[in-house]
Ligand binder design. Structure first.
Ligand code: HEC
Length: 145
């Protein structure tokens, strides 16, 4: 009987330190489980891109002078100025911009809405953030701020 049990005892003896180690280092597994996800990337794009993520679009701090006018100056005024009034639209003064903001044409043309000529004509569409900022200014009542 004892001869039969000897190999069994040996096996158990070998397993005890393993089990003890598993019990002793259970927290290591927990630690790895919590740390590993922090090191993984959700997408290859995120892993490869070296540029930091774009800052969130601020649609609250929008004023005519600091936000709307410079953007129109950059993207629209080359075709909409006192000498070149395409579509009879001049975008160089607050009063003129306010007029197309109030009648819906400003948002209509930059969002490429049906029934409006898409602006900037022949150029790339304004970015989603730029559109959101102009829209926000128009919703505020297109103030001269
Ligand atoms: C390359 C020249 C060009 C640029 C740049 C341009 N426009 Fe125009 N815009 C035109 C022309 C041409 C028309 C007349 C088109 C028509 O009536 O079909 C027009 C018409 C308009 C109208 C009148 C639309 C209507 O239905 O009466 C508005 C408003 C306007 N543009 C705003 C803008 C804004 C805002 C930008 C900049 C984001 C811009 N445009 C950039 C050429 C341009």
């Amino acid at each position: 009987m004892s001869q039969l049990l000897a190999p069994l005892k040996q096996m158990t003896a070998a397993r005890v330190p393993l089990a003890a180690a598993a019990i002793r280092y259970w927290w290591l597994g927990l630690l790895l489980a919590t740390l590993l996800p922090a090191c993984t990337y959700d997408s290859a794009e995120e892993l490869l891109s070296k540029t930091p993520p774009a800052p969130a679009c601020d649609t609250l701090a929008v004023t005519f002078a600091a936000s709307v006018a410079p953007l129109l100056q950059q993207r629209c005024v080359s075709c909409h100025n006192p000498t070149l009034r395409n579509g009879d639209v001049n975008l160089t003064t607050y009063a003129q911009v306010q007029r197309v903001a109030a009648d819906g044409r400003l948002v209509g043309v930059i969002t490429h809405a049906a029934g409006y000529p898409a602006m900037p004509q022949g150029g790339p569409k304004l970015s989603d953030c730029e559109i959101a900022r102009i829209r926000s200014w128009v919703r505020q009542g297109a103030p001269n701020n």
